[in-house]
Design a protein around this ligand. Sequence first.
Ligand code: ZN
Ligand code: ZN
Length: 144
Amino acid sequence: MRHQGFKNVYHVEGGIIEYTRQAKAQGLPVKFIGKNFVFDERMGERITDDIIAHCHQCGEPCDTHTNCRNAGCHLLFIQCHSCQVSYQGCCSDACQSELALPLEEQRERRRGRETSMKIFNKSRDRLRGALHIPAPDENGSSEQ
Ligand SMILES: [Zn+2]
Ligand SMILES: [Zn+2]
């Protein structure tokens, strides 16, 4: 970009907030719209009121990032306020019903999921064994 005559080319990396601050201070229009996602507990910094994302559950305009409240899921997704209320902060019906369980049972379920993954891997090995085709000389026919 510098070759094309742009004198002020900066990486926006970590700089959206600073860019916005400076643009506002100098009375320049802010070109960044919406919300700048940040990887900390704020989940995002509001730059403008434009909402350019949608709730992952109902599709309404929304840009509120949240983590699924089911500790066994913890999916990062976008959820509007009304969905947050109806799903109790969960990403799905499944997570919501899991969240309703006593903590002990939630832990049991998580353990169960890990175990079933191991069983799945084992059954794949068994399947591979079952598909094993014996070599021609194993049935003794080559000695005749
Ligand atoms: Zn929604
Ligand atoms: Zn979830």
